[in-house]
Write a protein that binds this ligand. Sequence first.
Ligand code: ADP
Length: 271
Amino acid sequence: IDMNELDSLVFRKAFISILLITVSILIVVIVFWFTWRNLIEEKRLSGLKSDFINNMTHELKTPLSTITVAGRTLEKAQINSDPVKVLETAKMISKQSVNLNQLINTILEVSLLERTEFELDKQKVNVDELMHQIVGSFLTSCDGCAEINEEYKANGISVSVDIVYFTTMINNLLGNAVKYCDKDPVILVSTMADNNDFQISITDNGVGIPHDHIDHIFEKFYRVPHGNIHKTKGLGLGLYYVKRIATAHGGDVSVSSRPDLGSIFRIKLPL
Ligand code: ADP
C-alpha cells in the first residue's frame, strides 16, 4: 500500500464532506441570522402599532369625554342663567370638535396616501408667496403660538406643487416645531434655490432629536419615547406624511438636530 496515495485519497474524500458540512453550517447560520433579524423587526413594528393604537384611543377619548361632560353641563337648568358659563362650555365643545376633526383628517389623509391611486394635482406656484401665506394662516390658527421669522431667498421662483398636500406638509413641520419645544418657540422659515433644487428649511429652538432616534423619525407610527407616552399628543404620522409628500413631488426631506438646542428640517424639491 502506498501510504502517500492513501493520505491524499482520504483527504480528497474527507474534503468534500468537510466542504459540504461547512457550507451547511454557513447556510444554517445565515438563515438563523435573517430569521432573528426579521423577528426583531416584527417585534419592533408590532410595538409601534400597539403604541399607535394606545395613542389613538387616548387622543379620541379625551375630546369625546370633554364634549360629553360639556353637553351634560349644558343640559343642567341652572347653567342657563349664566350666559358666560354657557359661552365657555360652547367654546370648549367647539375646540374639542376641531381637535377631533383634525385627528380624523390626519388618519384619513395617511390612509389615502397608502392607496395606489394617490395622485398629486400639481401646479406652478411662487413658493415664497405660498410659504408666507401658510405661515400667516398657521399663526392665526394657533393664536400666535410662536415667533416665526421668514427669510425667502428663492427670488420668487415657481415650483410645481400640489398646494393642498404641500400646505399640510409645511403645517406638520411648523406644528412639530411648536409641539416639541419646551421654551417660547422661535422658528426660522427660509427658502433658497440653486440650478436644480428648491430648498425650504424650518429651523426651531425645540428639544431636538436624540441621535439614536433620528434615523427612524420618518417611519410610520414612530415616536421618540419621552417617558410619559401621552405627554405630547401625536400619532407618529406627521413626519411619515411629510416624507411621503416630499418624495411624491420628486424631492426629499432631511433633518439635522442637536438635543436641547433644536432641529432643522429641510425639504428639497426639484425645479
Ligand atoms: P408625532 O408628532 O405625532 O409624534 P411625527 O411623525 O410628527 O409624529 O414625529 C415623530 C417624532 O419625531 C415625534 O414623536 C418627535 O419625538 C420627533 N420630532 C418631530 N419633529 C420634531 C421637532 N421639530 N423637534 C423635536 N422632535 C421632533
